[in-house]
Design a protein around this ligand. Structure first.
Ligand code: ADP
Ligand code: MG
Length: 223
């Protein structure tokens, strides 16, 4: 037990250190981005280089953001929410992501009891999973977000009609920095798994050539 405690404290320390480095690195990035934008506005040539530099800075920034939410400790504030309300609030953002790529999103929200949730984290989790689904689909395809009450659980399913995930990739899902995308961070699902863990929820994945479904199960009356 003593060893476990020491390990926990060490991890906690590393987490805090990582968080403060993340915050400190972000400030200079923001400054550089600001100046690059000004320079791009005035540039006569090589404008595409400025675009690349700004995109890469944004990527570094999102790696830090996602890493920070991984380094977060177990204790978060939970409040009573209905998952359907959280999804309805988030829907326009997900729709916007889909529409620019000529894809659609539909909602199938059933009658479900309230849960103890951290709204911000649950929004992040749904958004990360839905974005992956949208990215995996060809134009014209549809993503469905479904909620159901099942016994003493609330089941959230995010169903895409995308390319599917191979067997060897499924095992790596949630491993930090695992990505098959040229510009992926490989942190999106790692963040989702840690959010689910903090909510005492489980994530299961089912995949075929016709698409992938992420099942997230919440316990009613506990967290
Ligand atoms: P990123 O999106 O930055 O690559 P993620 O952690 O969100 O990182 O996802 C990791 C990898 O899991 C993706 O690169 C992709 O290969 C695979 N993946 C996740 N969700 C899906 C999905 N719905 N359909 C197909 N592949 C997926
Ligand atoms: Mg992703």
């Amino acid at each position: 037990l003593e060893k476990e405690m020491a390990r926990f404290e060490r991890l906690h320390l590393i987490g805090e250190l990582a968080a403060s480095i993340g915050h400190e690195v972000r400030n200079p990035l923001t400054t550089i981005r600001g100046f690059l934008q000004i320079m791009r506005g005035k540039a006569q040539e090589n404008r595409e280089y400025y675009d690349i530099m700004i995109d890469e800075l944004d990527r570094a920034n999102s790696i830090i953001t996602e890493f920070l939410s991984l380094a977060k400790s177990k204790s978060i504030e939970l409040e009573v929410h209905n998952l359907n309300d959280v999804i309805r609030m988030l829907a326009p953002l997900i729709q916007a992501n889909a529409i620019v790529e000529n894809k659609s999103v539909s909602m199938d929200l059933g009658q479900i009891p309230d849960l103890l949730l951290n709204e911000k984290e649950i929004r992040q989790m749904i958004l990360n999973i839905a974005r992956n689904g949208i990215e995996a689909m060809q134009p014209g395809k549809n993503l469905t977000i479904r909620t159901r009450a099942e016994g003493d659980e609330v089941l959230l399913s995010i169903i895409d009609q995308g390319c599917g995930i191979s067997r060897e990739c499924i095992e790596k899902l949630g491993t930090p920095f695992f990505t098959t995308k040229e510009h992926g961070t490989g942190l999106g699902l790692a963040v989702c798994f840690s959010i689910a863990h903090r909510h005492n929820a489980t994530i299961q994945v089912e995949s075929s050539d016709h698409g992938t479904t992420f099942y997230i199960r919440f316990h009613i009356g506990s967290h």
